[in-house]
Write a protein that binds this ligand. Structure first.
Ligand code: MG
Length: 384
């Protein structure tokens, strides 16, 4: 199998009006644009080229990301420096992509790779121009034939050695993208289908559209596949025991009792973990983290929820909403509700507005009413 590397050019300084940082570090639907862009390439190894002085922004945006390469003054300088940094990896192909295209779909990426595997020396997604094009000539508007006009997108893919040699040979010339660089070097570039949704996020309107596409349905594959929504529930209960605090929804709440359990007995996160697992038919928390396993003694329950969320992500899914109801007479949940929402949002990497925490009592009835313990139920919604 040929080895394919991905170079994401994120060195732009472009700032949105009233914002203090370059747009690629801005949050889109709860995640930095850069994170969406890198994530679109799945298992392919991504090298990020950032602007000089953007190290701290990068580290904050992608704390788990690989060390970035520092770019140059022009886009093409950043590409060249990124390519030089890849020399030691010796990839067969390289896909060069703009960080400002976070909605690129797997279909577009695979189309570029397939063209290279089929023998093309270069391949780039192109879109035909649908609108009628007119050129203003004084008072009149002449028709511009559009048969030969295309909108070039990224990723633009090449044989690694070819495009590296082109950038080295033509560094002195100013080019707009890598198709132009390839053309200068005599490398023939094949067109593969682009997608309308693979938009370059530039203006405030683009931001709003991209956030909507990423946040609501699945913008990445809006052209390609139908997605489905799945909802599942979880339920858990724990018994009160001696102690001075309980863990609920990842928050330590002072109380005149503790909760009995193998882990930290966080019934809220346990119920939510089961709900998330239920969305992908992946069993229940007891199967993944057996109470007989010493590794989970006293374990913080965010690890269970994080594990379930990773299973969803591995299936290409995304959690879009969580709703937890805590059932107890005491402790009072109200004062801790917002902290609980924030903690769940943090564990799942979701916007706060996608997380709901509610509380109720059973009016003195049943085991929660008798304060023998507390219970939690949760509903999770996943897009697959
Ligand atoms: Mg439990």
């Amino acid at each position: 199998m040929p080895k394919t590397a991905v170079l994401i050019v994120a060195a732009g300084k472009g700032e949105r009006a009233g914002r203090s940082q370059p747009k690629q570090y801005e949050s889109l639907a709860g995640k930095p644009m850069l994170g969406w862009t890198a994530g679109a390439f799945g298992e392919l190894p991504v090298t990020m080229v950032i602007g000089p002085g953007q190290e701290a922004l990068y580290a904050a945006a992608l704390p788990a990301g690989a060390a970035p390469v520092c770019g140059g003054a022009r886009r093409q300088d950043s590409v060249r420096l990124g390519l030089e940094a890849l020399v030691k990896e010796r990839p067969d192909f390289v896909l060069i992509h703009d960080a400002a295209r976070p909605l690129v779909s797997r279909r577009v990426i695979d189309g570029v790779i397939a063209a290279l595997e089929g023998g093309a020396r270069g391949a780039a997604p192109m879109l035909a121009v649908a609108d009628t094009l007119r050129r203003r000539e004084g008072e009149s508007w002449s028709l511009v034939p559009r048969d030969d006009l295309f909108r070039a997108q990224t990723p633009q893919g090449f044989r690694f050695a070819d495009i590296l040699a082109a950038h080295r040979a033509h560094a002195a010339q100013d080019v707009t993208d890598d198709v132009e660089m390839a053309t200068l070097a005599g490398i023939k570039v094949e067109a593969v289908p682009g997608e309308e949704t693979n938009l370059k996020v530039t203006t405030e309107k683009d931001f709003a559209l991209a956030a909507k596409l990423l946040g609501s349905s699945d913008g990445r594959s809006a052209d390609a596949t139908l997605r489905e929504t799945r909802t599942a529930m979880g339920y858990d209960a724990h018994r009160f025991t001696a102690g001075d605090h309980v863990w609920l929804c990842g928050v330590k709440v002072p109380h005149d009792h503790g909760l009995e359990g193998h882990s930290d007995a966080d019934a809220g996160l346990h119920a939510l973990t089961d709900a998330v697992l239920g969305c992908i038919g992946a069993g229940d928390i007891g199967q993944h983290f057996p109470p007989t396993d010493e590794r989970w003694r006293g374990a913080p329950s965010w690890k269970f929820l994080d594990h379930a969320a990773k299973l969803v992500a591995a299936k290409g899914g995304r959690i879009v909403h969580c709703d937890v109801t805590l059932i107890c007479e005491r402790p009072k949940i109200g004062p801790h509700r917002e902290a609980m929402r924030a903690r769940i949002a943090e564990i799942l990497g979701l916007d706060l507005e996608r997380i709901s925490v509610k509380a109720t009592t059973t009016e003195g009835m049943g085991y929660t009413g008798r304060r023998e313990g507390l219970a939690a139920q949760a509903v999770a919604t996943v897009m697959l």
